[in-house]
Design a protein around this ligand. Structure first.
Ligand SMILES: CC(C)(COP(=O)(O)OP(=O)(O)OC[C@H]1O[C@@H](n2cnc3c(N)ncnc32)[C@H](O)[C@@H]1OP(=O)(O)O)[C@@H](O)C(=O)NCCC(=O)NCCS
Length: 200
């Protein structure tokens, strides 16, 4: 049993956890993740952008939640999608864009990662990604990928042996609708969106 297991019950998320996931996404993800924070999404927009894909991920049963053993509260989660379980073309746009890079259909995609700022233990984000890699490997996936918008996730990915296969600096990104560099003033230390891949 790891130190994390003593403090947190880390388990697969199900439909019954929808409300808790929605709460942590609204309270901690959309207002702290560098890109969505910059977009200043309304609650409705935030829910619209994430709810359906999270529901899909619950069906795949590869998303993890860390629940505080004392309070029972959800303090962190990692939402993952399994390519093999995607029906038709219900996959998020980013998935089809990276398929050519991955060169396999046997992969898991890490979507959202969020940890409460006020949780007691450091390293929970790293642990949730590490356990997601274990899940993917156990399921026979050849690769695990994610698009890391946060400098902190890029750091975690490097430490866990991911390779950066694509990167767009925020200052270079031009929005196709407004033709402006909408992310150029995202505050440091966040600098880029990176496509990071781990061979399993
Ligand atoms: C990104 C996030 C999930 C990281 O979770 P975490 O539990 O803090 O992750 P870890 O404790 O494993 O820390 C990873 C590294 O980032 C650093 N870090 C994380 N948050 C930090 C902060 N606010 N300030 C400075 N460093 C920070 C840690 O010190 C650690 O660095 P190290 O590798 O040198 O030890 C969390 O910050 C979060 O929920 N952010 C808001 C949502 C978000 O941005 N999600 C990611 C989208 S790509």
């Amino acid at each position: 049993m790891s130190a994390f297991d003593e403090i947190y019950d880390i388990r697969i998320l199900t439909d019954a956890d929808s409300e808790a996931v929605s709460k942590i996404m609204l309270e901690e993800y959309f207002i702290r993740e560098p890109v969505t924070r910059k977009l200043e999404l309304s609650v409705e927009e935030a829910k619209l952008s994430s709810d359906s894909v999270i529901q899909e991920a619950f069906k795949h049963q590869f998303s993890l939640g860390a629940f505080d053993r004392v309070s029972g509260d959800l303090v962190g989660c990692k939402i993952n999608l399994m390519r093999k379980k995607m029906e038709g073309d219900a996959s998020p746009q980013s998935t089809s864009a990276v398929r050519g890079v991955l060169k396999t259909e046997d992969y898991m995609q890490g979507l959202y990662l969020v940890c409460r700022k006020d949780r007691s233990e450091k390293g929970l984000g790293t642990e949730l990604i590490r356990r997601s890699l274990e899940l993917a490997e156990r399921e026979g996936c050849k690769k695990f990928f994610t698009i890391a918008f946060s400098h902190y996730v890029q750091r975690i990915a490097r430490r866990l042996g991911f390779t950066t296969v694509g990167e767009t600096l925020f200052e270079d990104y031009v929005d196709s609708h407004t033709r402006t560099r909408i992310f150029c003033d995202i505050p440091e230390p966040h600098r880029s969106a990176s496509l990071v891949v781990k061979d399993l």
